[in-house]
Design a protein around this ligand. Structure first.
Ligand code: ATP
Length: 395
């Protein structure tokens, strides 16, 4: 297949250009891989158009050695998903070189041992897999449609994600962290933005829809450490589960079990790998705590401690999914109290924010922020590519 080398010179710590000229390009050359074109992106959006142009020139198929974070990968997928190629359905296989800040997909596919460092060898694993002609895996896409109120008579807007779709705290963090990027280029900007948003709750309704083969919405049961049918996923409601808020956390992932090398927010994506296109959703609803019975500034401030415990446990091998409340509302790993996190596996979901709650209208799709219109909603579904089409990755 034609070979495109594409990198974002400003992502992460802006080191992709040097890494490609020192390591990636020489390695490809040594192993006889002929590069048809090298593109360094010059502006946001350039990765997508460069890829479409390359596919047009080379018959719709390409191996793309991509040096970037998840944002540039998303640009490639988003642009290609809406492009009308003259030569039919595109077929793209990515070779990932982690060069961004978080590199969620790469660090899921190639987990860094806890005592490991992301050295040159660590970062060249997908390239080596390509050179060796090893395995490729298909990517699931999460397609989120943002609907205006019916009265607006507007077309819905689609957003595509290969990593994460979120609302609540995570979406607010991403929204605010962008403003901090220039003064804090590393991961610490996410922690600062988390501090700014941890006391915000979202008033919204959510609907969870089963995946086709599973037929029911699944929920993780910490007692058996397995998925079980959600108790409210019943035939009389087409197995759809309705959830009411307020929500402190609502984050869905596809393809990944973590958003940063150590932040394993959806660990079951790798521990219990799905057998069809699904979203893994991590939900925290404060009213599950036996001591939270009202939504007031005081209860929100007090609940921040619980949320920090959840996020802290996500940094410890994804152990947040086994946390429970004791009778006093303390977070514990013992007993059989209500789980702090509701960990859902399903085919899709709807998010219908309460009009007055501006914060509940913010949606993050792979780092890009969108706003749901008043009286609108977001609808997300996980989609698997057809055989031999869509996007694959060398692992
Ligand atoms: N030459 C450029 N100048 C400015 N921005 C660019 C350029 N090329 C690409 N971009 C933009 O850089 C943004 C950030 O890239 P990317 O998401 O790949 O890295 P990151 O944010 O550092 O990493 P991660 O997503 O893993 O946290 C992308 O949204 C892309 O549009």
């Amino acid at each position: 297949m034609p070979l495109l080398v594409l990198y974002n010179p400003v992502c992460g710590d802006s080191a992709a250009k040097v890494f490609f000229s020192d390591h990636v390009l020489p390695l490809l050359q040594t192993h006889g891989k002929v590069v048809d074109k090298v593109v360094a992106t010059e502006h946001p959006g350039h990765a997508g158009t460069a890829l479409v142009d390359f596919l047009e020139e080379h018959g719709g198929e390409a191996v793309v050695v991509l040096g970037s974070g998840d944002g540039t990968l998303n640009e490639c997928i988003t642009t290609l998903s809406s492009a009308q190629l003259t030569k039919g359905t595109p077929h793209v296989v990515f070779v990932l070189v982690p060069a961004g800040t978080a590199n969620a997909l790469y660090s899921t596919l190639f987990p860094l041992p806890s005592d490991g460092t992301p050295d040159v060898n660590y970062r060249l694993q997908s390239v080596r897999s390509f050179i060796a002609g090893s395995k490729t895996i298909p990517m699931t896409l999460a397609i989120t449609t943002l609907w205006s109120p019916p009265s607006a008579r507007k077309r819905p807007q689609a957003r595509i994600s290969a990593v994460v779709v979120s609302t609540c705290l995570h979406a607010s963090i991403l929204k605010d962290s962008e403003a901090l990027r220039s003064e804090m280029p590393g991961l610490e900007r996410f922690k600062v933005a988390a501090q700014q948003n941890v006391e915000k709750w979202c008033n919204s309704w959510a609907k969870l829809l089963p995946a086709p083969a599973a037929e029911v919405v699944q929920i993780y049961d910490p007692s058996t450490k397995s998925f079980v049918p959600h108790p409210e996923s019943q035939p009389e409601d087409d197995h759809i589960v309705d959830m009411s808020g307020p929500f402190a956390y609502f984050l869905a992932t596809v393809n990944v079990d973590r958003l940063e090398p150590a932040f394993m927010i959806s660990p079951l994506a790798s521990r219990i790998p799905p057998t069809e296109a699904v979203c893994d959703i991590v939900i925290v609803r404060p009213f599950r705590s036996p001591i939270v019975t009202a939504d007031t500034p005081e209860t929100r401030a007090a609940f921040a401690t619980t949320l920090w415990k959840v996020l802290g446990a996500a940094y410890r091998s994804g152990s947040h999914i086994d946390l429970r409340y004791d009778n006093n509302g303390e977070v514990t790993t013992e007993g059989d109290g209500p789980s702090v996190v509701e960990y859902i596996r399903c085919g899709g979901w709807e998010w219908v924010p309460v009009d007055e709650d501006e914060n509940a209208h913010v949606v993050c799709t792979d780092g890009a922020i969108s706003t749901i219109e008043k009286e609108g909603r977001a609808v997300c579904s996980a989609a698997a590519p057809q055989d031999n089409a869509g996007f694959r990755v060398y692992v």
